[in-house]
Design a protein around this ligand. Structure first.
Ligand SMILES: [Fe+2]
Ligand SMILES: [Fe+2]
Length: 287
């Protein structure tokens, strides 16, 4: 387990508290979408409260490059944040990342350096202006239209994921039609498509589970349905892992297009059921 993974594991099992160099520091985990791969990336960061917002600093410990998470949020500002809570367990929340500019950025950066001299030290080490980013948590209580907007967005993602799977199946059918002359690289190609698909689905579920926390609080009647949806996410993730392993075996020689096709069809059936249940329950809640 690398250093990053250790911090993440400790954070999650210890309600957001982490020892070592982060001892006593207010810490947040941010999951961003990899700007090239779409793969979810999780990073710990020290935060500063500013009203309802959580400020994070793209210091990269004084390095001359912006950290990857900062470049990721410039490409896609939707992030999932994890925080320790009064409930005693760290929870994830849907949030939007907004880079601050001008006087506002300078004022809050100075405040952070005054409270925590390590940041002043980072500033000294680089000629970069270290970006300050506000994480704004989705607020369903004060914006009556927000719940419906989030559900519409999730439904749009479902459609994208359906389209991607349909393309995977079409690729498989082309291979099947070619019969004995099926291109050698079919399984390998599928494996790559599948990987992209897996990242996309994993990201979708990560974001969704963040928003679920806010939905549970705003619409308590949804709690049982959301528990089931979270459990289904784990089932889908396991099925995808198993299917990925099958594809890897196929790429290594054992090419059984029929079996791959059955694998995809099982996935599609499970996912369609999940999407339908999710859309029905969430839509009913937001009216
Ligand atoms: Fe879901
Ligand atoms: Fe979903």
């Amino acid at each position: 387990m690398g250093w990053n993974d250790q911090v993440i594991a400790e954070f999650r099992s210890n309600n957001g508290r982490v020892g070592g160099m982060f001892e006593g520091a207010p810490l947040v985990l941010m999951t961003t979408a990899g700007r090239r791969t779409g793969r979810p990336h999780t990073n710990p960061a020290v935060y500063r409260r500013d009203g309802d917002r959580y400020l994070v600093f793209a210091s990269n410990a004084g390095g001359d490059q912006h950290p990857d998470w900062y470049l990721n949020i410039l490409a896609s500002p939707q992030v999932t944040v994890e925080l320790g809570t009064d409930e005693g367990t760290a929870r994830s929340f849907a949030a939007r990342a907004v880079p601050l500019e001008g006087a506002e950025r300078d004022r809050l950066w100075e405040a952070q350096c005054a409270d925590n001299p390590a940041f002043r030290e980072y500033e000294r080490k680089t000629s970069r202006t270290i970006p300050v980013v506000a994480l704004e948590l989705l607020d369903l209580a004060s914006d009556p239209g927000a719940g419906a907007a989030v559900v519409r967005q999730l439904m749009g993602h479902h459609q994208d994921l359906r389209d991607q799977l349909a393309r995977l199946i079409a690729a498989l059918d082309r291979g099947e039609a070619a019969g004995a002359a099926a291109p050698e690289g079919l399984a390998e190609q599928l494996r790559k498509h599948c990987l992209t698909y897996c990242y996309g689905l994993h990201l979708h579920h990560t974001r969704e589970e963040g928003a679920f926390t806010q939905f549970e609080r705003q619409y308590p009647a949804l709690v049982p349905a959301i528990a089931r949806l979270r459990e289904e996410h784990r089932v889908v993730a396991d099925a995808l892992t198993a299917f990925g392993a099958e594809l890897t075996a196929a790429a290594d020689g054992e090419k059984d297009v029929t079996r791959m096709r059955e694998g995809i069809e099982r996935l599609v059936a499970g996912l369609e059921e999940h999407f339908a249940y999710e859309e029905r329950e969430l839509l009913a809640a937001v009216g």
